[in-house]
Design a protein around this ligand. Structure first.
Ligand SMILES: [Zn+2]
Length: 441
């Protein structure tokens, strides 16, 4: 995980409260940004057609100066945001080419929800009496929500406007470059690396720890299904453009926001406990997609969505990295059936919630039993944190060369490192940082 050149970017997301004049300025910025983005996508496809290559970033920026001069419709936006639009257009185009999908979509008025300030000098972020205050180019000084201390010097800022039906909610996502050395466990307490925890993820208990802790599925959507159905029905029964329609949209948007917050809070809780309380983590090597594909009914699918398993895994891997804890992934086959004390195969269906061993008499929660098996498997596979005194504490450095030379389980070493890479890749670069659960936008 790391390579040394890799830098960690934290993102702080804060609600902001622009006044009506500032709302108009933000609207102009979003609209200008949208148009600039669309022009740049178009420019990219022309370049591709005529020259067989995408334009460089610098070339797109030169193009942006041109359209800025020619088109009054985009002049309402903050000028430097064009560079952000150029970056986004290029990224989107590259992603499309990679997947063989032609060009990215043009942004519609409805789909345009944000714009960015790409450089630290485009905005100012300060704290006043616990609250943050942002001075944004073209918009002015905007009041923000209460936040934890700022982690460092801000780099970029993205303003997001969320349509809540009757009104808009505004958020500022400010990124902080924490450098390459960040995340070596400074803000996490030292824990005994010789006592990792096994974690079993599932639906009825979203997570069970091998130390016996279990976390119930909040079942937000499944529980409020009737309410969501009613809200959706109300929306479809009202006429677009009327006050009743906006109100119905607002109700629905708020209901979904509460749902998201609920899930997010659960995810933060589980991942925090996993990393804060333990010196290392062993999880199943199982994609959530695979897990979900087992479930057939809509009821089960809803429960899976409520469990947010993908989010939990990603968040645990994230936090484990910043705390310098190891994450080991193991083969999950049979973990829920085997007895964690004596190893007897005790077959049980999904509905059987308790593990009761006829041989050794162990009687515990089914998921806790699975978590203990997972832990056992992780320890057996990698003698490091449990028995081997020669292994380095954090598993993020290169493998111990002495051990490799000794030829002890070299292929397993390789395997584990591969798995570690797999789980951490994609989560290491960008991580969300917020003082309290907030909405996803
Ligand atoms: Zn047993």
């Amino acid at each position: 995980m790391g390579g040394d050149g890799e830098r960690t970017v934290l993102t702080l997301k804060a609600k902001i409260y622009p006044d009506s004049e500032q709302e108009r300025a933000i609207a102009a910025c979003i609209e200008g940004y949208r148009r600039a983005y669309n022009y740049m996508v178009l420019y990219c496809s022309f370049s591709l057609r005529d020259f067989g290559r995408l334009p460089s970033f610098a070339e797109l920026c030169r193009f942006s100066t041109l359209i800025w001069k020619r088109l009054p419709s985009i002049r309402g936006m903050y000028n430097n945001s064009m560079h952000d639009a150029a970056r986004r257009a290029l990224t989107a185009y590259r992603a499309c080419i990679e997947r063989g999908r032609g060009r990215p979509r043009f942004k519609s008025v409805r789909a345009a929800r944000s714009y960015g300030y790409p450089k630290p000098q485009d905005f100012r972020l300060e704290r006043k009496g616990g609250r943050i205050r942002l001075r944004l180019g073209k918009v002015g000084r905007v009041r923000g929500s209460r936040q934890e201390p700022l982690p460092g010097d801000p780099r970029t800022c993205t303003v997001v406007r969320k349509d809540m039906g009757t009104h808009y909610d505004y958020y500022a996502c400010v990124t902080f470059d924490m450098g390459a050395g960040y995340g070596r466990g400074e803000e996490w307490p030292e824990r005994d690396v010789s006592s990792p925890v096994g974690i079993d993820l599932g639906v009825s208990h979203v997570a069970a720890f091998s130390d016996g802790a279990v976390y119930d599925n909040p079942k937000g959507f499944s529980r409020d299904l009737k309410r969501f159905e009613r809200l959706h029905r109300r929306l479809s029964e009202t006429l677009p453009g009327t006050r009743a329609y906006d109100k119905a949209r607002s109700r629905l948007a708020h209901a979904y926001e509460r749902l998201t917050n609920k899930r997010k809070q659960m995810v933060e809780q589980v991942s925090h406990d996993a990393v804060f309380l333990h010196g290392g983590i062993v999880m199943e090597d199982l994609s959530v997609q695979q897990l979900r594909s087992i479930s057939m009914s809509r009821r089960m699918s809803r429960l899976y969505a409520d469990a947010s398993l993908g989010m939990i895994r990603a968040r645990i891997a994230d936090k484990a990295q910043s705390a310098g804890r190891s994450v080991v992934l193991v083969d999950p086959r049979g973990t829920s059936q085997l007895c964690s004390r004596c190893g007897l195969y005790v077959e049980k269906g999904l509905s059987v919630r308790r593990h009761e061993c006829p041989r050794c008499g162990l009687r515990i929660d089914r998921d806790v039993n699975a978590a203990m098996n997972i832990l056992e498997r992780g320890s057996a596979r990698d003698p490091g944190p449990v028995r081997g005194p020669n292994r380095p504490a954090g598993r993020h450095g290169p493998a111990d060369p002495a051990q490799k030379a000794a030829g002890r389980l070299p292929d397993l070493y390789h395997k584990i490192q591969e798995l570690e890479l797999k789980i951490t890749r994609g989560n290491t670069r960008r991580r969300s940082y917020s003082a309290r659960p907030m909405t996803t936008i």
